[in-house]
Design a protein around this ligand. Structure first.
Ligand SMILES: NC(=O)c1ccc[n+]([C@@H]2O[C@H](COP(=O)([O-])OP(=O)(O)OC[C@H]3O[C@@H](n4cnc5c(N)ncnc54)[C@H](OP(=O)(O)O)[C@@H]3O)[C@@H](O)[C@H]2O)c1
Length: 324
């Protein structure tokens, strides 16, 4: 495993973050408790120290499962991030959004489920158009001051919103967002227009979600819909990676380089993140120990600059996805 620093937090994290969206029973493709335990334990064996979850994943079950497994390890070594904005175990008006009430209540539930007194990083799971950002930041800052949260982060939003939030924190002396969890991978690079340069300039750690385009970059274009998860993505998720104009060409090039490097497509798509100086750690989502092992092995691949250019060359701009 390789380790790096998570933006301005100074925390050391593994260069792979394990995503918790697949822990739970919300969907057919997810892992139950025992299967999740096996995956998380293997991740720790492999040196992964960074975990991402959210109150919304399987209505809190993901946090419970992660907390249960991590209880058997030295928590001081591990970095756990969770999120708030979508409803957790219960769905009502005050379980959603980023009001002080929601943040305080949901943070208590998150800490209970994780069995932790302090969360390393608490991220807002998108912008809340109903609550002034000052209110949200004051509630988050109080959580930091009360010792419930160490750092705060954000996820998928417009760069101007993220910067506005950072300037409000600076102006009012409040905790500031130090991480950005955004949609960013070879087939979707809109973040490079504004969010990535902003994060680079402000020393914010970028931790991309869906780094393999929810599996699209892990197998040939025409085979995308061959898994239960992909069927779910095509039917329910709102990002049609497989229909973007350049996607099939990018997918072909990933496949071609996989052959050249004697690697899998997923490994090449991840190696692109590892070569990218703006990315701290992709959040890998998998339900398979074998795929997790492949992800870790991908750290050993060193893509040449010309191969990175080759993978990036076909990209064409697409509408912004992942947030409103
Ligand atoms: N902030 C947000 O709004 C947001 C949104 C979405 C996700 N997330 C976070 O990001 C994490 C990752 O998201 P994601 O699951 O969409 O990530 P992803 O890594 O882009 O996609 C996961 C998919 O890729 C497949 N895959 C992974 N490795 C593979 C390999 N070596 N070979 C073949 N297929 C492979 C997985 O199949 P297998 O299960 O068979 O391996 C799974 O279907 C989540 O767990 C969550 O923590 C955050």
């Amino acid at each position: 495993m390789e380790y790096t620093t998570l933006g301005s937090t100074g925390m050391e994290v593994s260069q792979i973050c394990l995503g918790g969206m697949s822990f739970g029973t919300d969907r057919e493709w997810m892992l139950d408790r025992e299967e999740s335990r096996e995956l998380i334990e293997r991740a720790i064996d492999l040196g992964i120290t960074f975990f991402d979850t959210a109150n919304v994943y399987s209505a809190g079950e993901s946090e419970e499962i992660l907390g249960d497994v991590l209880a058997d390890y030295d928590r001081d070594e591990l970095v756990v991030a969770s999120k708030v904005r979508f409803p957790g175990a219960s769905d009502h008006r005050n379980a959603r959004g980023l009001s002080r009430k929601t943040i305080e209540q949901e943070l208590e539930h998150t800490l209970d489920r994780l069995g932790m007194e302090t969360l390393d990083c608490y991220q807002i799971h998108r912008w809340d158009y109903e609550t002034p950002i000052e209110t949200t930041l004051r509630a988050l800052d109080d959580a930091v001051r009360r010792g419930k949260v160490r750092h705060i982060g954000a996820s998928s939003m417009w760069a101007h919103q993220f910067l506005e939030a950072r300037r409000v924190s600076e102006r009012d002396g409040l905790a500031t967002f130090e991480t950005m969890q955004n949609l960013y991978h070879l087939a979707y690079r809109e973040a490079e227009r504004e969010t990535v340069p902003v994060c680079r300039r402000e020393n914010v750690g970028i931790i991309p979600w869906s780094p393999l385009a929810a599996g699209y970059l892990a197998r040939p274009h025409e085979e995308f819909r061959t898994t239960v998860r992909a069927e779910h993505e095509v039917e329910n998720a709102d990002v049609p990676y497989h229909e973007f104009p350049a996607s099939s060409e990018i997918n072909d090039r990933v496949r071609e380089l996989a052959d050249e490097y004697d690697a899998t497509m997923a490994q090449i798509a991840l190696a692109w993140h590892f070569e990218n100086d703006d990315v701290t750690a992709p959040i890998v989502g998998t339900s398979s120990v074998e795929h997790l092992e492949e992800a870790v092995e991908a750290l050993e691949i060193s893509l040449s600059a010309s191969d990175v250019d080759y993978l990036e060359a076909p990209y064409e701009p697409v509408p912004v996805y992942g947030h409103e």
